[in-house]
Design a protein around this ligand. Structure first.
Ligand SMILES: Nc1nc(=O)c2c([nH]1)NC[C@@H]1CN(c3ccc(C(=O)N[C@@H](CCC(=O)O)C(=O)O)cc3)C=[N+]21
Length: 304
């Protein structure tokens, strides 16, 4: 029987462990940590994420400011907006949600952020720190995916992992985070010949292609662990989001799969909020360490 992993109990425990740290920063600055959200295009995934962040921030003792959505901005206007939000006193951390409007340069927009406020880890200096194996802020989605895989398997050293998707925001930082934990990583992508053949050789498949139901039964070997990172609009038009893995089609082979919703998504929000507390603490000169997952019962309960 394939186990379906629901991360919500882990998120609750994680935020509970984070809250005292948010309180310590607030004690020094006189206000809770502030996270600013910038969104410049309509998109199911980014709308879902903005809603999740808004709904979760208070639980961690964080104030959330959403910059009003303006879909008419060109690259120049968006760069100016991002720079202005970054320069706003009192904003400790910020996230610029993807996708950006067609024709705007993602690296150029992300470069407008002060690296100390880039809690989504997209600014070039922060991406470079991830590349070097010395991240300042944890790349949110990648770290969430690795945490769930590590919770299920314990240790990723020497484990064969396939990362499906090579984006700068997820696939690449994910591959590096896995490498840092000693995994053997293959990145497969839209130009890969016979993706199914590569995927079948993996003990853990991380699906981050942004394509609803892409991974089916023929891609999965018996006992494989599946981490579904996709957040897609339901192609049948039903409300809500669906992942990159066709869960019904893999149920006979896989040992476990992370749920969509309620899998990687909630923990992604948790890491973003933890990075925000980290940012506020740094800026206030207060010590900060990320909550230790291994002590949490909800983390231990993930183990297969
Ligand atoms: N700069 C940037 N960084 C991102 O990390 C980023 C982004 N842009 N653009 C959009 C995607 C998408 N994304 C989600 C994360 C969590 C949920 C989430 O928690 N979803 C709930 C369900 C929400 C619902 O059902 O509406 C869940 O999975 O349980 C959703 C979407 C982050 N993204």
């Amino acid at each position: 029987m394939m186990r379906i992993i629901d991360s919500r109990p882990l998120l609750d425990a994680f935020l509970g462990a984070l809250r005292p740290a948010a309180g310590r920063a607030a004690q020094v600055t006189g206000a809770p940590p502030v996270l600013a959200i910038v969104r410049a295009a309509e998109n199911a995934g980014s709308a879902a994420y903005a809603a999740r962040i808004r709904a979760t921030a208070a639980q961690a003792g964080i104030t959330c400011h959403e910059v009003p959505l303006d879909t008419r901005m060109d690259g120049t206007a968006l760069c100016a907006q991002v720079a202005a939000v970054s320069a706003t006193p009192g904003v400790n951390g910020m996230i610029v949600l993807l996708p950006l409007p067609a024709g705007t340069s993602v690296p150029q927009v992300m470069a407008q952020m002060d690296p100390d406020k880039d809690v989504d880890c997209q600014q070039p200096l922060n991406l470079g720190r991830v590349m070097a194996g010395t991240p300042l802020y944890l790349p949110c989605t990648a770290t969430a995916a690795v945490m769930l895989a590590q919770g299920m398997l314990g240790d990723l050293a020497g484990v064969n992992c396939a990362v499906i998707g090579a984006s700068a925001s997820v696939g690449r930082p994910l591959a590096l985070q896995l490498l840092d934990r000693g995994a053997t990583v293959e990145i497969v992508h839209i130009r890969t010949r016979d993706i199914a053949d590569h995927a079948r050789r993996a003990q853990v498949i991380f699906a981050a292609a942004g394509h609803a139901g892409l991974v089916d039964g023929a891609w999965v070997s018996p006992g494989a662990v599946l981490v579904d990172i996709g957040i897609n609009a339901d192609p049948t038009g039903r409300p809500g989001v669906v992942g990159d893995i066709n869960a019904a089609a893999v149920a006979q082979q896989a040992a476990a799969i992370t749920a969509v919703p309620d899998g990687v998504g909630p923990m992604t929000t948790g890491i973003l909020l933890a990075n925000t507390v980290h940012a506020a603490s740094r800026q206030a000169g207060v010590d900060f360490t990320y909550p230790d997952l291994t002590t949490l019962a909800a983390y231990q309960a993930l183990r297969l």
